[in-house]
Design a protein around this ligand. Structure first.
Ligand code: HEM
Length: 209
């Protein structure tokens, strides 16, 4: 039997932990992609930043922490995923028939979230077991075929982070009903800019190889 206190409080606390871990990850991604994109203006600057992050051990400390945070975030989010039999087709039908944007966004979050969970593990392992971090090594990796990995990983990360921030705004009231269209436009603009920046960064690194 369910008590009155238990079930009512538990989802709220888990929702909050999901929001905090998601917000922290979105912030990490925003900073990571900005630092990464310094290669567009100067590969020497990108190498310098990487050197600093390694010398101060920031990269060594942050890498396992971020990986744990991704796993934690996924674990909490998984309780709401449409993974039971028959749930996914129902969600897809609602998304198509009702054209309900928030249901569609939720499905994008589930799909990209599963991809990120697997890819981020390989990404961090790949980078942290091939130190030092430097543009020449990144370029060699892209030419070894990892470019396809990043062409899937980058859009998933950017979409998931952008939609996640949008949903946080709706849920926690930063974005009231009246300002929702403007908020949505801002988020899509940020997604577009980060995607363009990431693709430009990849292109620059590719042609350095
Ligand atoms: C602290 C751990 C991390 C380190 C040290 C790191 C380092 C790097 C490096 C060196 C690259 C350049 C590509 C390469 O060399 O293979 C890169 C690219 C990238 N990383 Fe990370 N990364 C970390 C965590 C993450 C996480 C947690 C995410 C997302 C959830 C992420 C998303 C990306 C994306 C999308 C790119 C492609 C960037 C572009 O298109 O220019 N990284 N990362």
């Amino acid at each position: 039997m369910q008590t009155h206190n238990g079930p009512a409080k538990r989802p709220n606390k888990l929702d909050f932990l999901q929001a905090v871990s998601g917000g922290a990850l979105a912030l990490f991604v925003a900073v990571h992609l900005l630092l990464e994109s310094t290669v567009i203006v100067s590969p020497a600057l990108a190498n310098g930043i990487a050197w600093l992050l390694e010398e101060t051990l920031i990269a060594h400390i942050v890498a396992p922490l971020v990986l744990l945070l991704v796993i934690f975030h996924f674990y909490i989010a998984a309780r709401r995923m449409p993974l039971r039999s028959g749930e996914l087709p129902t969600f897809l039908r609602h998304c198509r028939q009702l054209k309900e944007k928030d249901t569609c966004f939720w499905l994008v979050q589930v799909g990209t979230g599963v991809i990120i969970l697997v890819f981020v593990f390989y990404h961090i392992l790949l980078v942290m077991t091939n130190l030092p971090i430097e543009v020449a090594r990144s370029s060699a990796r892209l030419h070894q075929g990892w470019v396809f990995f990043y062409l899937v990983f980058l859009p998933c990360v950017v979409l998931h982070s952008g939609i996640g921030v949008y949903r946080l705004g709706v849920k926690y009231g930063f974005c009231p009903q009246s300002g929702r269209a403007r908020w949505r436009k801002g988020v899509w603009t940020a997604i577009g800019c980060y995607l363009a920046l990431g693709l430009l960064g990849l292109t620059r690194v590719w042609f350095l190889g």
